[in-house]
Structures are given as structure tokens and as C-alpha cells.
Design a protein around this ligand. Structure first.
Ligand code: ADP
Ligand code: MG
Length: 244
């Protein structure tokens, strides 16, 4: 049997919205335990690529594999249940529910299953809350939190599921310097524990510091990939992203 050496493999993925070729023939391979990044100007297709990888938009063409199994026809909840967790560019949390309840949505069986299972799920929720710096805010509702803390709730929900692959769409947008450092520190810790991650952020220096491997996109296509310093220096990336 073929050995799965990749966590995720996308082959020639395209997502067109009418005439808009948001993603147009992207192939990527994510190997285990590394922190991957996507750089690209606004509108270059980064979020749409994440939507494709999590089955939230239909593919116009292409093929997706997770841990060696094809998944380009499965439903979003199926791929989430297999171990792909994500956060959104625009925070998506339930406004009427507490921080604890929102995070518990990520930990399956926090409200069902056997007593032992519920206990383990609650422990995952508690640990995710602690790791994202939300301790003490369990009973708060999202509208009582700063924007940065609302973003942390989303990250906590994603890690409470103990995923195999974590996809993060601009997780530090709207955060101050200290909050951003907290989040990049958390992602580095998760990486040290062996979690595979794919991160979208605009801050070039942050991406060079945080990532093992960068993908650069422009107009829905990959224009460079590889070692972060080399990708940032690539002429096509300089021209497209850095405007030089
Ligand atoms: P990025 O995340 O890199 O800023 P997006 O993936 O959000 O880029 O968008 C890529 C392109 O696809 C943009 O031109 C955007 O307007 C378009 N687009 C994204 N989502 C939709 C949609 N649901 N319907 C139509 N066009 C879309
Ligand atoms: Mg985006």
C-alpha cells in the first residue's frame, strides 16, 4: 500500500465564482509537523483556498487528499471530524453563548457521551481556554470581550478539537503587538508538539519568523514556495506583494 507522507495534498485546485478565478490551479503538499504560511495581497485567493481545503466551497476542478484519502466530495463536517480544524478571517462565534460553550463546540462530546468522555472533553476545553489566555473569561459572552479575545475564542475552539491539521485565516488581525506575540507563541508551541498548521497572515516578518515553509499567491495562483527568506526575496513576490 502507498504510504501517506503528506497530511494534506491539493492537486490543481481551482475555485471560480462565475468569471472570477479566485483560485486557479493551486497544488500544495503539507507534510507533518510543520508550520506552513500563505502570503499574498488582498484578493489573491488565500481565504478561498482555505474554504476549498475545508470543503466550504465547491471545487471547479482539482483533487484533495487528507492523510492519503481523497476528500474532495465529502461534506465540511466530515473533514472536520477527520481532524481538520480552522479559524475564519471574520470571527464566527455564537454571540448568545458563553466563552466556555463556544469553545466546547470544538470538543466533541462535551455535552454528550459517557461521563468519562464528557469529563475528557471538558478537560480539553479547559486546556484550550488556558492556552489561549482566556482563563477567567469562561462565563463571559463574546460581546463582553475585546475583538482580540473574540479571536482567541475561535482559536480555542479549533484547538479544543485536538486536530491533525489547523488552518488559520489571519488569526491576529485586529490584535495589538502583545496579543499577536501571544498567538505566534502559541502557534510555535503547537508546532513543537507536532501539529501541522497552515497560517495566513499579512505581516511578512512575522511569517518569515513563524513559518517553516511559505506559499506566495497572486491572482489565484501560486507564484513561489519554499524556504521563507527565499520566497520573500523572490522577484515575483517582491513585485506582487511588496510593491518593489
Ligand atoms: P484573499 O483572502 O487573498 O484576500 P479571497 O479568497 O477572499 O482573497 O478572494 C479572492 C477573489 O475571489 C477576490 O476577487 C474576491 O472578491 C473573490 N471572491 C471570494 N469569495 C467570493 C464569493 N463567494 N463570490 C464571488 N467572488 C468571491
Ligand atoms: Mg482573506
Amino acid at each position: 500500500a502507498e504510504v501517506a507522507t503528506s497530511v494534506l495534498r491539493a492537486d490543481d485546485v481551482a475555485v471560480h465564482f462565475g468569471g472570477v478565478k479566485a483560485v486557479d490551479g493551486v497544488s500544495i503538499v503539507l507534510t507533518p509537523g510543520r508550520l506552513f504560511g500563505i502570503l499574498g495581497p488582498n484578493g489573491s485567493g488565500k481565504s478561498t483556498l482555505l474554504a476549498a481545503l475545508t470543503r466550504l466551497v465547491p471545487l471547479t476542478r482539482g483533487r484533495l487528499e487528507f492523510e492519503g484519502r481523497r476528500y474532495d466530495r465529502v461534506r465540511p463536517h466530515t473533514i472536520a471530524a477527520r481532524g481538520v480544524a480552522r479559524t475564519f478571517q471574520t470571527v464566527r462565534i455564537l454571540p448568545g453563548r458563553t466563552v466556555f460553550d463556544n469553545v466546547a463546540l470544538g470538543a466533541e462530546s462535551a455535552g454528550s457521551g459517557s461521563k468519562a468522555e464528557r469529563g475528557r472533553a471538558r478537560e480539553r476545553v479547559r486546556r484550550a481556554i488556558e492556552r489561549t489566555g482566556l482563563s477567567g473569561k469562561e462565563r463571559h459572552r463574546p460581546d463582553e470581550l475585546s475583538y482580540g479575545h473574540q479571536r482567541r475564542v475561535e482559536i480555542a475552539r479549533a484547538i479544543a478539537s485536538e486536530p491533525t491539521l489547523l488552518l488559520l485565516d489571519e488569526p491576529t488581525a485586529g490584535m495589538n503587538r502583545q496579543e499577536r506575540d501571544d498567538i505566534t507563541g502559541l502557534l510555535a508551541d503547537l508546532r513543537a508538539e507536532g501539529l501541522t498548521q497552515l497560517l495566513i497572515e499579512h505581516d511578512v516578518q512575522m511569517m518569515v519568523d513563524a513559518c517553516d515553509h511559505l506559499f506566495a499567491m497572486n491572482f489565484g495562483a501560486l507564484i513561489a514556495e519554499g524556504e521563507p527568506e527565499a520566497v520573500v526575496r523572490h522577484p515575483a513576490v517582491q513585485e506582487a506583494y511588496l510593491g518593489t
